[in-house]
Design a protein around this ligand. Structure first.
Ligand SMILES: *Cc1c(COP(=O)(O)O)cnc(C)c1O
Length: 431
C-alpha cells in the first residue's frame, strides 16, 4: 500500500538573483529598482524572498492604506469576484454608484468619474477644463513648479519638473508652471487663454511641501475672479492621510485669518487614486456640482473605470477607515512620528536638516554634504534609503535629499516607535 506523503512545508527560497534576471531580460527598464525582491506582507510588515522582515513605512507609495494582506480587502475581493468582476460602462452597477455617493458625501455636492490611476484622473480633469473653456477658446492650465501629476503625455506636460519631460518633446501644449505658494506669480501668469489651475495640497514627489492656508484661499479668490477652475491633485496627499479626507481640509484648519472662507473653501475638482483602493488599482475625480455635467455622453471613458470589483474593494476600504477612525490615527501617529523625528534632527543636525509634512505624509530632509555619502555616484536620498533597508525599514526617496514616510493609515504607535529606532540607528552612524 502506498503511503500518502504530505507535501513539504512551503519554504521561502531566495529567488532574488533569478527574479532579477527575469527583469533584466524581459521588463522595460524604466524604473530604478532597489536590490530587494518582496514576497509577502502582513499589516505594516513586508518579507523579502529570503524571508527577511521589513517595517514598511512606504506602503507602496501611499497606496496600501490598510497595510498588506488586510483580511477585509481579501474578503471583499473574494466576495465580489465570485459575483461580478467587470461588465463595462455600457451598464449600471451598484458598487460604482455607491462609491460615487460616498465620495460626494465626503466632499460636497458634485459627481465622480472613475478610472484606474492618478495620471488618468488628472487627465480627466484636463479634459474637463478644456471642455469648460472651449466656447471661449480658453485651454491653458497653470500648475506649480516642482509638482507631479503623472506620466502620461499630458501628465508630464502638467508636471513642473524638467526631468519628467526630457526626451519626450514636443510637449502637449497648454501647460505652464509658476512657483508654488506664490499667489502673485500665479496672478501674473494668468493669460486670456487660461482656464484652470491645478496644484497639490502637499507636493509629494516634490519633497513634501504643503500649501499655505492663505495660498489656497487666495487661489480660490483668484480663480473666482478670473473664471478659472481650481483643481487639487489629491492622488498622494488625499484619502485621510493628513487626518482629514483631503489635505486642503487639514491645511485650512490652520488658517489664522478668513476662517469663514476657510470653512467654505472648495475646489472645483479633486483627483484621487493611490490609497483609494488600498492596493487595488482605482482612480477617480470628483467635480463640483455646477460643472458636474460638462462631460456628457461620449466625451470621456475608460473601459476598466469603476468596475464592480474595484468599487466593492474601495467601498470596503472606506468602511474600515471610517469604522476604525483611521483618519484620527493618521493624525495622532503622524504627529508622534513628526515630533520624534524633529527631535532626531535636533540631536543629529549634521545628518538631518528638518522634518516636514502633515499626518502620515512626512518628509525627512537630509543635511547637505554628509561625508559618508560623498564619493558615491548615487543621490544621498537613495544611499540613505538603502541603509534603512539594511536596517529593516522601507521608506520612499523624494528627489535627491528627502526621504518620505507614507505608511499605512492603521500604523500602530509601537510600529512608529520601531521605525524611529531604526532611523536613529542609521542616522547615528552618519552623524
Ligand atoms: C502618484 C501621483 C500621480 C500619478 O498617479 P499614477 O497612479 O502613478 O498615475 C499623480 N499625482 C500625484 C500627486 C501623485 O503622487
Amino acid at each position: 500500500m502506498k503511503e500518502i506523503v504530505p507535501p513539504p512545508p512551503a519554504i521561502v527560497r531566495n529567488d532574488m538573483a533569478a527574479t532579477q534576471a527575469l527583469f533584466h531580460k524581459h521588463v522595460v527598464p524604466s524604473y530604478a529598482r532597489f536590490e530587494l525582491a518582496l514576497s509577502h506582507g502582513s499589516g505594516s510588515y513586508l518579507y523579502d524572498v529570503a524571508g527577511r522582515r521589513y517595517l514598511d513605512l512606504g506602503a507602496g507609495i501611499a497606496v496600501c492604506c490598510l497595510g498588506h494582506a488586510h483580511p477585509e480587502i481579501t474578503k471583499a475581493l473574494v466576495e465580489q469576484s465570485g459575483k461580478l468582476v467587470h461588465v463595462s460602462n455600457l451598464y449600471y452597477t451598484e458598487p460604482q454608484g455607491r462609491l460615487a455617493e460616498a465620495l460626494v458625501n465626503l466632499l460636497a455636492p458634485g459627481k465622480v468619474f472613475f478610472c484606474n490611476s492618478g495620471a488618468e484622473a488628472n487627465e480627466g480633469l484636463f479634459k474637463l477644463a478644456r471642455k469648460f473653456g472651449h466656447g471661449e477658446g480658453r485651454y491653458e492650465i497653470i500648475t506649480a513648479l516642482n509638482s507631479f501629476h503623472g506620466r502620461t503625455l499630458a501628465g508630464i506636460a502638467a508636471t513642473g519638473q524638467e526631468k519628467a519631460k526630457q526626451g519626450f518633446e514636443p510637449a502637449v501644449p497648454g501647460f505652464r508652471h509658476v512657483p508654488y505658494n506664490d499667489l502673485d506669480a500665479m496672478r501674473a501668469a494668468i493669460s486670456p487663454a487660461t482656464v484652470a489651475v491645478l496644484i497639490e495640497g502637499i507636493q509629494g514627489e516634490g519633497g513634501i511641501t504643503a500649501a499655505r492656508p492663505e495660498y489656497l484661499l487666495g487661489l480660490r479668490q483668484l480663480c473666482d475672479e478670473k473664471k478659472l477652475l481650481l483643481f487639487l491633485d489629491g492622488v498622494q496627499d488625499g484619502y485621510f492621510r493628513t487626518g482629514r479626507f483631503q489635505s486642503f481640509q487639514r491645511i485650512l484648519e490652520n488658517a489664522e485669518h478668513e476662517t469663514r472662507n476657510a470653512e467654505r473653501f472648495l475646489p472645483d475638482g479633486v483627483s484621487m487614486a493611490k490609497s483609494l483602493g488600498g492596493g487595488f488599482p482605482i482612480g477617480a475625480f470628483w467635480v463640483r456640482a455646477p460643472y458636474a455635467d460638462l462631460l456628457g455622453p461620449g466625451t470621456h471613458a475608460s473601459t476598466f473605470g469603476g468596475t464592480p470589483l474595484a468599487c466593492a474593494v474601495a467601498l470596503r476600504v472606506l468602511e474600515v477607515i471610517q469604522r476604525e477612525d483611521l483618519a484620527d490615527n493618521a493624525r495622532a501617529v503622524g504627529e508622534h512620528l513628526r515630533t520624534k523625528l524633529l527631535a532626531l534632527s535636533q540631536k543629529y543636525p549634521s545628518a538631518l536638516k528638518t522634518v516636514r509634512g502633515l499626518g502620515l505624509m512626512l518628509g525627512l530632509e537630509l543635511a547637505p554634504d554628509i561625508p559618508a555619502f560623498a564619493n558615491h555616484g548615487e543621490a544621498p536620498s537613495i544611499q540613505f534609503v538603502n541603509r534603512l533597508h539594511d536596517a529593516g525599514l522601507l521608506t520612499i526617496p523624494s528627489g535627491t535629499t528627502v526621504i518620505r514616510l507614507l505608511p499605512a493609515l492603521n500604523l500602530r504607535r509601537s510600529e512608529a516607535e520601531e521605525g524611529i529606532k531604526i532611523i536613529e540607528s542609521v542616522v547615528a552612524k552618519l552623524g
